[in-house]
Write a protein that binds this ligand. Sequence first.
Ligand code: CO8
Length: 269
Amino acid sequence: MRTSFEHLIWEVEGQVAVLTINRPEVLNALNADVLEELDEWSTQIHPKLEQSTNPIRCIILQGAGSKAFVAGADIKEFKGKTKVEAQAVSTRGQRIFGQIEQLPVPTVALVEGYALGGGAELAIACDFRLAAPNAIIGFPEVKLGLIPGFGGTVRLPRLIGYAKAMEWMTTAKTITAKQGVDVGIFNAILEQENENMLDLAKEWITPLCSMAPMAIKSVIFAMKSQQNMYSTQFFEKEASLFGTLFETHDFEEGVNAFLEKRNPGFQNK
Ligand code: CO8
């Protein structure tokens, strides 16, 4: 398996492995290269994790630096994409996040700072989410004239319920660590300020790592087979709507407004 990537850092220490998305200068935004590497990593690691001799009991996903887990898909790559190309990127991202969701060991998103848009979608494709005190999670796509395109419209309502998911995705509201624990998107807040969040996350998963590995795997298979039952057409619908929005004035305006650091003026066309 490839262990050296340009934008991913993969480290295995005993029973715990850590995958770090490493583009801190753009708050770890997911560009085409990162997606390509996530695809390669998740494809290659899956069969290794299946082997009974593999020591890894849990994978922590994090972003480099303390300002962001992942601030979404790379908005700078949106410009000039056609409807068909955008739909294809959405479908591809859905597939890659699906591969991560289907890994046979528990995955934990360690959210320090922003987990927005595609970053929030990556976090909710994991089995657990741990919030640093500065965690902010949300779905701001409508501010760009878009909708979530990496499975968010499918996974979020399943996780936190229909009404809250609808509210978050239509208002682009952002959720703090405390609010996120209350609604159940975060499993816990890693409370101690000034501590190394990764160390605290490793502490949090210690009980899980001491349980019978085959039993943990069976819980995962049982729960994830329920998730597989109803997803395909919902994902297709999301990708199709996502692509269509790329042809609108409001999408162009939303993206330009972000890049020019101003508020958008939407015109409903
Ligand atoms: N894409 C590209 N660059 C980004 C992104 C992003 N998502 N987020 C931040 N950056 C860049 C900024 O442009 C800035 O770069 P520069 O220094 O060159 O101007 C740098 O990171 C630092 O960011 P800020 O200066 O903006 O930092 P602030 O602390 O002022 O603000 C925020 C932090 C609030 C996180 C702000 O950066 C922000 O709002 N970012 C965008 C968040 C967002 O809208 N995410 C959703 C994107 S859409 C999406 O994810 C859809 C998923 C499906 C995609 C399918 C693909 C076709």
